[in-house]
Design a protein around this ligand. Structure first.
Ligand SMILES: Nc1ncnc2c1ncn2[C@@H]1O[C@H](COP(=O)(O)OP(=O)(O)O)[C@@H](O)[C@H]1O
Ligand SMILES: [Mg+2]
Length: 289
């Protein structure tokens, strides 16, 4: 009990110290599953932590939630416990490595959007406590084509789309771009090419997608960068440790750090500011009305 109270006090102080800072929200998705979305999300999050950011990762991959497994932690609570066990957001957030914080969506998360307005309202109120507390919130979604993932994607201003250079993954990534374009063309989509065997292959993959999106949809899709195909990733997964920490000098870790630099550099270079977490939560609120 004392622990909990102390933790709460710590949070309140941190939130206050943060002032009214805007919390950035990034939704990470992919066309097909198994392309490395969760590994990219987790290690990118840790890369942001290394730069001094306060980061929260939120696992909303329905059914295939496994961010906790990748970190070797097991969450005591998941989001819906806010409704059913009367716990607060601060209690359901788990501490991951390096001060990274983690929220489990849980398998019951499928029901999220079917909940009544009052219940969703309560969840959104709790999630809005992250506003100003975190610098960045990362959502790890399921494959983008599923209805549930699409709801979150359509409420996000900034989407990282992960694909591998395999034609099947590229085709499915394009399907996600098309779907986003038809419903919300102003979304900033940023490609991450994972498991590329060379910078040349990664560039080729990214160019193919951005060119097709431009030509057939008139949509500007940006490329954030690539992550090398690296045996260190699988080794780290087996140890249930993020590769950025287990193998900090691996190619995969190096590419994650350059992704982070590209991401932060882009913001400095005056890219369009996104609405962040605040806008995301208010769009979800509107969607369920
Ligand atoms: N950059 C990479 N290099 C080598 N293997 C990778 C890489 N990224 C992912 N993998 C492999 O793919 C598996 C699935 O990754 P995961 O992040 O769980 O995918 P997703 O979340 O898209 O389903 C990992 O367990 C790992 O073995
Ligand atoms: Mg995953």
């Amino acid at each position: 009990m004392r622990d909990q109270a102390e933790r709460l006090r710590e949070k309140v102080q941190q939130t206050a110290a943060h002032g009214g800072r805007q919390t950035r929200l990034i939704t990470v998705t992919s066309g097909k599953g198994g392309v490395g979305k969760s590994n990219v999300t987790l290690n990118f999050a840790l890369g942001l932590v290394e730069t001094g950011q306060k980061v929260v990762v939120f696992d909303v991959d329905l059914g295939l939630a496994n961010l906790d497994v990748l970190m070797g932690i097991s969450a005591r609570y998941h989001l819906l416990d806010i409704l059913y066990k009367d716990v607060t957001l601060w209690e359901i957030m788990e501490k991951g490595p390096q001060g990274l914080e983690f929220i489990a969506g849980g398998s019951g998360f499928t029901q999220f959007l079917q909940l009544d307005e009052q219940k969703i309202g309560k969840l959104l109120d709790q999630l809005s406590l992250l506003q100003g507390y975190a610098d960045t919130v990362l959502l790890d979604t399921g494959a983008g084509i599923s209805k549930e993932s699409m709801q979150f994607i359509l409420c996000s201003d900034e989407v990282f789309l992960v694909t591998t250079p395999e034609p099947t993954a590229i085709t499915d990534a394009y399907a996600v771009i098309k779907m986003i374009h038809s419903r919300n063309p102003h979304t900033q989509i940023k490609l991450i090419i994972n498991r590329s065997s060379s910078p040349r292959e990664a560039k080729h993959t990214a160019d193919k997608l951005t060119m097709v999106a431009k030509k057939f949809l008139g949509m500007d899709v940006q490329t954030l960068g690539f992550v090398d195909d690296d045996p260190a990733v699988s080794l780290a997964v087996k140890q249930q440790r993020p590769f950025l920490m287990a193998y900090p000098h691996s190619q995969a870790a190096k590419s994650i750090r350059s992704l982070v630099r590209a991401h932060l550099g882009g913001a400095v270079a005056g890219q369009t500011e996104t609405g962040g977490l605040r806008s995301f939560l208010s769009k979800i609120r509107d969607m369920i009305r």
